[in-house]
Design a protein around this ligand. Sequence first.
Ligand code: ADP
Length: 153
Amino acid sequence: MTKTAVFPGSFDPFTIGHEDVVIRSLPLFDKIIIAFGYNSSKSGFFDLEKRMNWVRQLFAEEPRIIIDSYQGLTIDFCKLVNANFILRGLRTAADFEYERAIGQINKTMQPEVETFFLLTSPQYTAVSSSIVREIFRYGGDVSKFIPANMSLE
Ligand code: ADP
């Protein structure tokens, strides 16, 4: 059985914390699909196509990492792409409470899909897309918080 994990998120934008989760998880799965969840009524800060292209370029040399997008429920997307794992990162107790509820609901709805949690590397605990957006909005330097080979252009 191919071990496929979906890493769902808005990735608005993809940060060094997200990159860390993907790289550390790669040895555990055959394939990781970084799945940009979107909602037609809520467009996000950065354009979706741009966000996806930045990550596509970042992992261009790694055929086991795939970039995709979806609307609707993550478990429906998992079924569509034949994924048996959902990958999520945990930074804080607040993340844990939020993720626990979603993970348990997903498990009830789709028992064959397991959610796999990875604790953040300590140095990335404070990194979030919302903080990067805030710095960017006011013209600050975001380079320390996004992957080294990515630029928000
Ligand atoms: P969402 O909009 O679903 O919360 P995000 O794009 O903010 O999605 O994050 C996607 C996933 O990455 C979530 O599981 C989140 O907890 C995790 N994540 C975000 N920032 C970090 C970080 N600095 N370290 C580890 N995991 C992180």
